[in-house]
Design a protein around this ligand. Sequence first.
Ligand code: DX5
Ligand code: ZN
Length: 226
Amino acid sequence: MVKIAPSILSADFTRLGAEIDSIREGQADWLHFDVMDGLFVPNLSIGLPVLASVRKYTDMFLDVHLMIREPLRYVGRFCDAGADLVCIHQEADTEENIRAALREVRSRGKQAGLALKPDTTWDAALPFIEDTDLILVMTVEPGFGGQKFMPQVLPKLGMLRQTLDEFGLECLLEVDGGINPLTASLAAAAGAQVLVAGSDVFGAQDRKARIARLRGDAGQTAEGEA
Ligand code: DX5
Ligand code: ZN
């Protein structure tokens, strides 16, 4: 069954504790935490102090997505602030530094993720595959919630799925951006195992029903095609 990871970027930050409770009670699997530096992406969001507070508040699995340049500078601090998984972008630094950042995350006992922007080809992940627990395929340009899913990214997801299966690799596939019940089913059918959803979940009154719908619709299509 797919995992659902609501992104708190779309939450009401004045009531963050209650927002987290609503997705926890709504049976979300992970909490997705978007960090932006205003350089790698044209937007700023939340960072270390908020992560540390969230860590104290909940035992949910914290999936931290760093949309920052030269992430090697910060991955250790995000691990220490309570991330369970730290995901960095392939495009954010040199191959050597990206590898070092992934290894730094793992050396602290956390899971390491590698994110790919929509225009980055699937094979850009290959040099890092042994240092990576999860590949995050962006289905919008990173930087903002509430954008439209880019269906042209689906073949990339399929190529990664095929490659991971062929080599018997455990690495998870996650998608992020524009996920709703329809696009969730497309992404799951293409091989995604973790679905990030911001506006779709936090825009709904009944989070539990919405999360179930995302998971159910995605599950149905994936099983139907199996
Ligand atoms: C975008 C972020 C996403 C965003 C998703 O840069 O990485 O996690 O919050 O939001 P929706 O689901 O609204 O596209
Ligand atoms: Zn994200």
